[in-house]
Design a protein around this ligand. Structure first.
Ligand SMILES: Nc1ncnc2c1ncn2[C@@H]1O[C@H](COP(=O)(O)OP(=O)(O)OP(=O)(O)O)[C@@H](O)[C@H]1O
Length: 586
C-alpha cells in the first residue's frame, strides 16, 4: 500500500476569528458598535428630547448644555443625532430582515427545486423589479403611513428580488456540485442536503448582500426624510440634513454631524461586507461541473424474476430534448445483475455507460427523458418509487462510488462527519456508534491512521485516500448493490491497483452485486464476472468475462479489446482470467 503523507491538520478558524484578524474589520465593527451603543444610550447621553424646541436655542453655538449646538428651530443637535441614529439603524435592519424573509426562502426553493415554482417566483420577481421603487415608497408614505419604518418595510419587499436572485444562483451552483450528488446517493433527504451542503454556501454571499441592502436602505431613508417625508416627531439623519440645508449659509456645521454619521455607517457596513467576502474566500464564483437529478415515469407491471436476481433493467431509454430533435443517449438498454455478481459496463467514452448507471440511481438531470419497460431492484419497482422512497433506497440498498473522489467530498465538512451522517440516518445509529463504525470502516479500507483522517478535511488527504473514504462511505450502510463509475480513473496506476483490490475484497466479503462502469479491460479482467459492452447507447454484447476475452462475438468488442491490447498487455493475462466464473441467468 502506498504510504500517504498527511500535512499537519491545520485548525480552521471560524468566520468571526478570521474577520477579527483583519484590522479593517475590527475598525468597521468598532464604528458600528459605537453607533449602535450611542443611539441605544441616547437618553443617558443627552437630557433633551429630540423634538423639544426652544426658540432661544435656534442655531445656538456649541456649548456645555448643547455640545453640538442647536438647529434651525432650537432643538438640541446631539439629541437629534443620537435618536436619529436609532431611526436609521432600525430602518436599515428592517429593510434587511424583510428582504431576506421574502427573497431568501423563495431563492432557496427556486434554486433547489427549479420547475414550476422557479418559473412562478421568477415571474413575480420580475414584476416587482419593474416597479419604480421610489414612487412606490412615496405613494405608501402619502397614502398609508408617514412612518419611515413602514417605508423601510416596503423597501425590503422591493429589494427582495436582489436577494432572491443571489440566493437562487448560489443554490443552483452548489446543487450541481458532485458532492451534493454524492450526498443524494448516500440517501440524504432534501432537508438535510439543504442544511448541510447548501446553506453553508449561501450564507457567505447573503452576508455580503445584507450589508449592501443595509447601506442602501439607510441612504434611501435619509433621502425620504430629506424631502420632508416622515413623522415630524421622528428624528432622523435625513431630516437633520434637510434642516441643515435650509440654514446652509448661517450654520454650515449643521451638515457635518448627520453627514458624518451617515457616511460612517454606510462606509463601515459596506467595508465589513468586503471583509466578510474575503474572509470566506467567496471572491471567485464556484465552478459548476454537472448536475444529475431523477425524473421518473409510471411503471410497467413487474414480472417474476429469479430469486438470485438483484437488479433488472429492461428497455431503458434516456434522451435529451435538442432544438433539431431529441438526442437519444441510451437506447433500449437491458441488463441484469445477480446477487454477489460484478457486471462490467464497458464502452468508449460517450457510449452511455454513466447515463445507464445514473438512471438506476435516479440521478439524471431534470431535462432528461427517461423511460424503461422495467427497472426492478431486489423486488422493488424503481420506476414507481417517489423521491422519499428512492432516498431511503440510495445508500442503504444501492451504494455509489464516483469517478472523481475529491469533488464528491464536501470541502466544508470533516471526513468523519460526512461518513457519520448517512449511517445515523439509514442505520439509526447514535453519534458514538456511527463514529465507531466509521473508524472501523476507515481501517478496513486501508487507511493507516483512521482517527486522523476522520478529523481531517478533504483537502488534507490524497486522491487515493479520498477514494478509499468514498468506498468506506459507499459500503457503510451495507448496500446490496454497488455502482462504481470509473472508480480508478482519477488515480495513479499503483493506487488504482490497490483500490481495485479493495473493491474486490469488499464485494466478495459482503456479497454485494456490483455494476462497474469502466473503459478499461484490465479492470474488467481483474474484477468482473460478466461484461456488457456498450456502443452508441446500446448494449451490443453481453457475456461472461472469460468469454468476452477468449471469443468476443461483436466487431466493436473485438475493436475495443484490440485497442486495449495494442499498447502492450494490460494487468495480468487478459485472455485467460484465472478466477472462477459464476453461472448467471440473464
Ligand atoms: N445533460 C446532458 N444533456 C445532453 N447530453 C448529455 C447530457 N449528459 C450526458 N449527455 C450525453 O450522453 C452521452 C453518454 O454520456 P455518458 O456520460 O453516459 O458516457 P460514458 O459512456 O459514461 O462516457 P465517459 O466514459 O466519458 O463518462 C454523451 O454523448 C453525452 O454527451
Amino acid at each position: 500500500m502506498t504510504a500517504v503523507e498527511f500535512p499537519p491538520a491545520p485548525k480552521r478558524d471560524g468566520l468571526v476569528r478570521r474577520a477579527l484578524r483583519d484590522p479593517l474589520a475590527v475598525g468597521c465593527l468598532v464604528v458600528l458598535a459605537l453607533l449602535i451603543v450611542a443611539s441605544l444610550a441616547a437618553p443617558l447621553l443627552t437630557g433633551y428630547e429630540p423634538d423639544h424646541s426652544v426658540m432661544a436655542d435656534t442655531l445656538a453655538p456649541m456649548s456645555g448644555s448643547h455640545p453640538l449646538g442647536g438647529d434651525g428651530v432650537g432643538r438640541d443637535v446631539l439629541s437629534r443625532l443620537l435618536y436619529g441614529g436609532r431611526t436609521s439603524l432600525v430602518g436599515g435592519t428592517l429593510a434587511v430582515l424583510v428582504a431576506f424573509a421574502v427573497g431568501g426562502p423563495l431563492g432557496l426553493i427556486s434554486g433547489f427545486y427549479r420547475g414550476w415554482f422557479d418559473a412562478v417566483a421568477g415571474w413575480i420577481v420580475n414584476v416587482i423589479m419593474a416597479v419604480p421603487a421610489i414612487i412606490v415608497m412615496l405613494v405608501v408614505m402619502a397614502a398609508v403611513s408617514q412612518d419611515l419604518n413602514v417605508a423601510m418595510v416596503v423597501l425590503g419587499v422591493i429589494m427582495a428580488p436582489m436577494v432572491f436572485r443571489l440566493i437562487r444562483a448560489s443554490v443552483i451552483a452548489v446543487r450541481e456540485e458532485l458532492y451534493v450528488d454524492a450526498a443524494r446517493v448516500s440517501g440524504l433527504g432534501d432537508g438535510r442536503i439543504m442544511r448541510r451542503h447548501v446553506l453553508p454556501v449561501v450564507i457567505a454571499p447573503s452576508l455580503i448582500q445584507a450589508t449592501q441592502v443595509f447601506a442602501v436602505a439607510i441612504g434611501i431613508q435619509a433621502g425620504l426624510a430629506f424631502l420632508g417625508l416622515g413623522k415630524a416627531s421622528q428624528a432622523s439623519w435625513g431630516a437633520m440634513l434637510g434642516d441643515a440645508f435650509t440654514n446652509i449659509y448661517n450654520a454650515p456645521a449643521l451638515l457635518v454631524w448627520p453627514g458624518a454619521a451617515m457616511g460612517l455607517t454606510i462606509l463601515a457596513s459596506s467595508l465589513l461586507g468586503n471583509v466578510v467576502r474575503d474572509a470566506l474566500g467567496t471572491a471567485e464564483p464556484r465552478v459548476v461541473r454537472r448536475r444529475k437529478r431523477v425524473e421518473r415515469r409510471a411503471a410497467a407491471p413487474v414480472a417474476e424474476a429469479p430469486a438470485d436476481r438483484l437488479l433488472t433493467v429492461a428497455g431503458l431509454r434516456v434522451g435529451y430534448p435538442k432544438p433539431g430533435g431529441d438526442k437519444t443517449v441510451v437506447d433500449g438498454v437491458s441488463l441484469t445483475v445477480a446477487r454477489g455478481e460484478v457486471l462490467g459496463l464497458v464502452g468508449e467514452s460517450g457510449s452511455g455507460k454513466s447515463q445507464t448507471a445514473f438512471s438506476v440511481l435516479g440521478l439524471l438531470p431534470n431535462e432528461a427523458e427517461v423511460t424503461a419497460d422495467r427497472m426492478v431492484f431486489d423486488g422493488k419497482d424503481l420506476l414507481g418509487l417517489d423521491l422519499a422512497a428512492l432516498n431511503a433506497l440510495r445508500g442503504r440498498g444501492i451504494g455509489y462510488i464516483p469517478q472523481e473522489p475529491m469533488s464528491n467530498l464536501d470541502p466544508c465538512f470533516r471526513i468523519g462527519s460526512q461518513l457519520v451522517e448517512p449511517m445515523r440516518k439509514h442505520l439509526g445509529l447514535s453519534r458514538a456508534e456511527a463514529r465507531a463504525k466509521a473508524l472501523e470502516l476507515l481501517a478496513r479500507v486501508g487507511i493507516p491512521d483512521p482517527e486522523r483522517v476522520f478529523r481531517s478535511y478533504p483537502h488534507q488527504i490524497s486522491g487515493g485516500m479520498a477514494q478509499r473514504v468514498l468506498i468506506a462511505g459507499a459500503v457503510s450502510c451495507d448496500p446490496r448493490l454497488l455502482i462504481a463509475d470509473e472508480p480508478t480513473t482519477a488515480l495513479d496506476v499503483t493506487v488504482q491497483a490497490e483500490v481495485l483490490d479493495l473493491m474486490r475484497s469488499l464485494q466478495q466479503e459482503r456479497e454485494m452485486g456490483m455494476i462497474l462502469v469502466t473503459h478499461d479491460f484490465g479492470v474488467v479482467a481483474d474484477i468482473c464476472d460478466r461484461v456488457a459492452v456498450m456502443q452508441k447507447g446500446r448494449i451490443v454484447e453481453t457475456a461472461p468475462a472469460r468469454q468476452i476475452f477468449a471469443a468476443p462475438e461483436h466487431g466493436y468488442t473485438r475493436m475495443l479489446l484490440d485497442s486495449t491490447l495494442e499498447g502492450g498487455p494490460a494487468r495480468g493475462d487478459l485472455r485467460v482470467p484465472d478466477k472462477p466464473l459464476k453461472e448467471v441467468t440473464s
